[in-house]
Every structure is written in C-alpha cells, then in structure tokens.
Design a protein around this ligand. Structure first.
Ligand code: GLN
Ligand code: ZN
Length: 751
C-alpha cells in the first residue's frame, strides 16, 4: 500500500467502563494475579482492533495500548531503565510499575504534563552512560497479537527525537549534557525495531514527533532531520508515517519533507493548513490531514473539514483523512450518555463517533461530496448553535477597565493588616482536608437520591465543624472549610453553573489508572445561585479566626473541561470570570475576609509557541482579575498554583495581582523561589510540606525550608503552608504534619 489511508492516530485504552483502571488497581492491591491483569488487557486490545477494523478505517493503529503511559513504554523498549529499578530484581511488569509509582522507597520517575494536555507522562532519565538495546518487545508483540486476530495494524511509537526531548538528564549527569546527544545510539534501536516489524509483515509504522510543534532550536530541528534521514535510508523497514499534533510543525515541516519518510500527519485543527500547502517538498508524500479534532468532543463540521483537507490536494502527493491527534484525550462513546440533553448531544462526537467522521470524510474525499451527501446531512448537519444568554453578553459588554483593577498594593496591605490582624509568617492550608470514605459515600448517596438535602447538609456541616475545630486546635491562623462537598475542583463548579454539562462515563486518562471526566462547557456561562457561600459562611460562623473561601479560577475551569470552540477562549473565560465574580461579591457580603481563587492550570494552557503566549496571558489575567477586581482593599485575595515550573509564567502570576500566592515548592527544596521570589511582589507561600508523599516532615526540616525561603521572600511577605490540598492524604499524617508546620512557623517568628 502506497498510503496508510484514512486513520486515527490513536485510541482510548482505559476501557469503555474503565476496565483497565479496575484491573490494574486490583493487581496493585494484590487482589489479582499478573495473568488476570494481562487477560483484561488482551481483551481490551482485541476489542479495540476489532472495532476499528470493522469501522471502515483503511489503517488500524496498534501499540496504542499501555498499562500506564506510552512514553514509559518507549523507555522500556529501548532499555532506558535506571539502575535503581533494575536493581530491584522485579518481573518486567512490576519493574514497569515501579518506574511509574516507586517501589519500597525507590522513587518513581518524575510525572509531568504531556505538552499542553491534561495527560501526564513519566519523564525518562538519561545520562551519558545510558546504553540502549531492544529490551522490551511490546510494539512487536502487539503487532503480532493483532495479526493473529486477522488485523494488519500500524504500530504507533513515540519518535526518537521527541522521546529524547521529553527526557531529562539523569541525576548526576554532567552539566551541558542533553538527552538529544544520545540520538545516534537510540536510532540503532529504532532501526532494529523497524527491521523486526518489517520482517513480521508490518507495512506501516507511525512515529510521533509532537515535540516539533513547540519552538525548537536549529540544532534540535537538525537532529530531527538527521533522525529521519537515517531511518529513511534503512533497507528493511515498513513505510514511515511521522505524526505531528497539538500544533503546527513550522520550520520542522520542510525538514521532514526533505527526508524519505513516506507520510506525514499534520494537525490541521491546532495547526495551519496554509503552512502545509506552502511546502512544495510534500509532492511525493502522503499527507494525513488531521481535520477531525482528537482533543475535543465537538462534532466535526464536515464541509469545513473537507475543504481544509482539499487545500492540500494540489501540494501533497496524496491526501488522506485523520484525527488531529490520538483520540486518547476524548471519552469512548457518546451513546453511553443517554442523559445528555438532545440539543447538546447532536453537537457532540466522542471517539467512536469521530472514527465514523474520519471514514465519511475519507469517502467524500475519494468519491466526491455528492456520493456521501445524505450521510453528511445526517451526521454533519451544521450543529445547533451554542445556547446564548443575552444578559451575560450585555453585562460583559458594559464592563470597563475599573472592573479588572483593585486598589494599590500599599493601600491593600494596610487595610488587610487592620482587617485581619494576622501574625507575621501566617499559617494556612490550600483548601481541602482528607476526604474520608464516609464523606465520599455521603456525596454518592446524595447524588443518587438516597440521602435527602437536609440530611446531606447536616453531614457536610458536621465535617466542616470538625475540620474547623481541628484547625483551631492545631493553631493555624487562616482556616478553611475543608471542601468535603466537592468531588472535583472543576466538576463541582461545572455542576452549579449554567452553560455546562457533565457526563456519566466520559472518562479520560489523566495518568496511570487515574481518569477524569471533564465537564462540557457548551453555552454561555452564568451562575443561577450562590454555590459556595453557604458552606464558607457556616465555617466562618464557628470561629473568630478568618476563614478563607475557596473557588476554582476561570483558566483552570477551561483547562479541565471540553470547551466550546465557536468563540475565542478568552471570551468564554470572561463569562466564567463574571459568574465567579458574582460568587466573590456574595462571599464578601457574607463576611468572608479572605477569598482564594485556585489557578493550578495557569501554566498548562500556556501555548506551546512563545509567539502565542502574550495573547494567552492577556486573557488569562483578565479573566482572573474580573473574578477578583470587585472586592474591597481590606478583602484579601489568594491564589494557588500547584506546579513548580514558573520561569515562563512569572509575568502572568504577577499580573493576577493576588495579595497572596501559594505555590508548590517543598519537593524542589524551594528552588522555585529563584524563579518566582523576586518577580512576584506581595504575599508568597512556598509550600513547606510535600503533600504527594505520606511522609510527615519534621519541625527542623520545615524550619530549614522557611530559612531558605526567607532568603528570597522577606518575613513581611512570607506565608507558611503545604504544597497543595490535603484531600488525598490520611487524617493522622495530615494532623501531625500541620502541627509540625505550626511549630516551625512559631519558631521562625522568634528567630
Ligand atoms: N483548593 C484545592 C484543594 O485544596 C486546590 C487543589 C489544587 O491545587 N489542585 O484541594
Ligand atoms: Zn495545588
């Protein structure tokens, strides 16, 4: 076959009912055997291949399955397994899980976000001493497994250049070493994989190189060219499809076009069709036009998609239809959501429906639009417009610059000092307290109608009262209500705002066995009635100390939802901002003196290309300031950011103009302060307790961190708090850690 044909770049793998999550967690807990786990996995692979092969796609991907993460899988295939794991002497399956989750004190690989998605991958560790060898045959085994089932697949593997760019130097690697230095030896192993795939009968292989839709140095782009010239020249290999996604290849496109790979996949949703159309070297290549969006749940506008694909017809040797990226990032099946409103349903497409769109578009491209006119009208009829709320639009139009601005920082500091009366180095937490099984059960029972409203409120209030008493007993200065009523910091708000829908089974893998159900932001957003005010007011009524009210910010709500695409993101963010502004106003009127607006996803949405960032920062900052810009000088605004890579967002954080910013810092031993400390004036709370670890930090340890922090943040600006919310921690360890935190702050105040 000269062309891979129409296809999807990848598919969900957790199972339509999260079968893989359950099987993996059963195995981890010791409740099932490796054989049982393997058999669930094999069933899922078999069902996926059968479904895709039966759907009319020309080419079915394989190796889209993973027990945990596809980047980790490549590290194992090429033998990039740090010694601390091989030394454990585990089975291959357990060694893989040890790399993902740690094992008896041996720390896991670092987990971080995959480009600008909410999927997390494990960061390979490479040093000058790393030796590659074909150490795990997963892509080969799965190819053979599918073939035995009668499906000739196209194995998909993260490409060598992206793999190296996603890796980090191993601890102890000499300064100046970069993983990309290892390209040549890595290509030896990729060459071997390709040769073996060819011998096994593979006609096509897909190598993913999404790293090149971000800004890359000339040396990095050069390495990409070297890699594919070398792989292209191999005598025994399948045809190569290089897949790019999440943006535009920019200067990397002509470089790839100049190699002898047979096909390129381009993301024509996030990237630009015109830049591909302008690349003359594509004449002898097949281009997979990624016109069916893989990262969102909206139905494709089939005519527009067809037109976009058609712009390449004069440029590329051959054009085929594909998804813009893997469908890993969307739920399986819209048909599993009968409860969604019909006028919303008809605007949606999940993975299964998107496969049908690809097939249909491919037929339209080959046989002409007329041949599929009927199906186009049925599946792709222009989707119903988003529900509009003229009141929201009029209110937004009427806003002026003053709505986004608070009083001067000096005036705020003075007013808040008088209003709050806090000691120096005030202590606080980030919001949530440990969520016990009983709380979760109460929420589930209430949702299912087994617990009536009155009884539910009673139980949540009892928990809030318990958490307030506990915080007073520990001696914290700024208290929280503990967030027992929240299932998830975004879903909770989505359930209470107009313009959102939530799903029952719309699960998407976030990392490992963890899945999320992103809400669907489908129409104009508003707040029908107060959301958090009752809970926060109740907490404040129990104590003389200030209680900090807790909201999720507009950027994070957008980042963790499927967002309408019929208007600019900034416009949607302002609508969410306005709804939250109403909540803030009501909280302030109800007597809450401190309000925290969490924006942990501020960095996640940062565009991959630097040129696109200023526009993003503008709307992100505007939306946040719309939430908080209406409060009195004496009301203290906090924000919380939970990641530790600040270099690119210091300006944005400063722009938020929060009175206090809390950040994750304990794990990096306060290193982040070098980036953020001097750049962000006002209050700063670098976390001194790593909430991702069950270890209780002792007083001396916290004091040492505070000592380091004071080097960057003067005592009049420093806050003392954990890294993040405590909801995943156990009760006992949390109480012990917070007691130590308060003792350390008390000691630091004296010195
Ligand atoms: N307020 C939230 C909590 O404490 C913040 C969570 C987060 O930053 N991801 O749970
Ligand atoms: Zn956090």
């Amino acid at each position: 076959m000269q062309t891979p044909g129409s296809t999807v770049l990848g598919y969900p793998r957790i199972g339509p009912r999260r079968e893989l999550k359950r099987a993996v967690e059963r195995y981890w807990s010791g409740a099932s055997s490796a054989e049982e786990l393997q058999s669930v996995a094999a069933d899922l692979r078999r069902d996926t291949w059968a479904e895709l092969a039966g759907s009319g796609l020309d080419s079915v991907p394989s190796n889209t399955f993973s027990f945990y993460d596809q980047v980790l899988d490549v590290a194992r295939v090429v033998g990039a397994v740090p010694e601390r794991f091989t030394a454990l002497g585990l089975t291959p399956l357990d060694e893989m899980f040890a790399m993902a989750r740690g094992h008896e004190g041996v720390p896991a690989l670092e987990l971080t976000k995959f480009f600008d998605t909410n999927y997390h991958y494990l960061v390979p560790e490479l040093g000058p001493g790393s030796r590659f060898a074909l150490a795990d045959r997963k892509p080969l085994d799965e190819f053979a497994e599918a073939l035995a089932q009668g499906v000739l697949t196209r194995p998909t593997i993260i490409g060598p250049a992206t793999f190296l760019l996603l890796a980090k130097p191993a601890p102890g690697a000499p300064a100046g070493f970069v993983p990309l230095d290892l390209l040549e030896p890595l290509l030896d192993v990729y060459g071997q994989v390709l040769a073996e795939l060819a011998a096994a009968g593979a006609e096509w292989v897909q190598l993913d190189e999404p790293a090149f839709v971000a800004d890359r140095s000339p040396a990095e782009i050069d390495a990409l060219g070297r890699a594919y010239r070398r792989l292209g020249e191999l005598a025994d290999r399948p045809r190569i499809l290089v897949a790019s996604y999440f943006g535009d290849l920019g200067p990397a496109l002509p470089v790839l076009a100049g190699t002898s790979v047979e096909a390129l996949a381009l993301d024509l949703v996030a990237g630009r069709a015109d830049s591909a159309a302008a690349a003359p070297a594509l004449r002898d290549k097949t281009v997979l036009a990624g016109v069916v969006e893989g990262r969102n749940v909206w139905r494709t506008d089939l005519d527009a998609a067809l037109a976009t694909a058609a712009t390449l017809l004069g440029t590329a040797g051959r054009v085929e239809i594909a998804t813009s990226c893997s469908l890993l990032h969307v739920p399986y099946d819209l048909d599993a959501e009968p409860a969604l409103a019909p006028d919303l349903r008809e605007r949606l497409a999940f993975a299964r429906q998107k496969v049908r769109e690809v097939v249909l578009l491919s037929r339209a491209l080959r046989q002409g639009r007329d041949a599929v006119a009927g199906e186009f009208a049925e599946t792709g009829g222009v989707a119903a417009p988003a529900q509009r709320d003229e009141r929201v639009r009029a209110r937004l139009d009427a806003l002026g610059a003053g709505h986004y601005r608070r009083g001067s920082a000096e005036r705020r500091v003075a007013a808040q000092r008088a209003h709050l009366g806090l000691p120096p180095l005030p202590t606080t937490t980030i919001g949530s307290f440990p969520q016990t099984g009983a709380i979760r059960a109460d929420r589930a029972a209430h949702r299912a109608g087994r617990l009536d409203d009155a009884e539910y409120v009673e139980r949540m209030r009892a928990e809030i009262a318990r958490v307030v008493r506990l915080q007073e007993d520990i001696g914290l200065d700024v208290l929280v209500h503990g967030e027992p009523e929240r299932n998830d910091m975004v879903q909770y708000f989505a359930e209470h705002l107009a313009g959102f829908a939530t799903t029952d089974l719309g699960w998407v893998q976030s990392y490992g066995s963890r899945c999320v159900r992103p809400p669907i932001l489908h129409g104009d957003v508003s707040r029908p009635e107060p959301i958090t005010v009752g809970w926060s007011t109740y907490a404040q009524s129990l104590t003389a100390k200030p209680v900090k009210a807790m909201l999720t910010g507009p950027v994070t709500i957008l980042a963790w939802s499927f967002v309408r695409t019929d208007q600019p993101l900034g416009e949607t963010a302002r609508q969410v901002g306005l709804a939250l502004r109403d909540e803030v106003r009501d909280l302030e009127a109800a007597g809450l003196r401190i309000i925290q607006v969490d924006e942990p996803a501020l960095r996640e949405l940062l565009p991959l290309r630097a040129a696109d960032r200023p526009a993003y920062v503008d709307w992100a900052v505007d939306a946040f300031r719309l939430v908080t810009g209406g409060v009195a000088d004496s009301t203290q605004v906090h924000t919380h950011l939970c990641y530790s890579e600040f270099a690119e967002v210091v300006g944005a954080i400063d722009g938020l103009d929060a009175d206090v910013t809390t950040v994750e810092a304990a794990r990096s031993k306060m290193e982040v302060l070098a980036q953020i400390g001097p750049g962000v004036p006002r209050g700063l709370g670098p976390g001194v307790y790593d909430v991702h670890s069950p270890q209780v930090p002792d007083v001396a340890e916290i004091e040492a961190l505070l000592h380091t922090a004071q080097h960057w943040v003067g005592p009049e600006r420093l806050w003392v708090n954990p890294d993040c919310g405590l909801k995943t921690r156990g009760e006992e360890e949390t109480v012990a850690a917070l007691r130590n935190l308060v003792s350390a702050a008390t000691a630091a105040r004296r010195s």
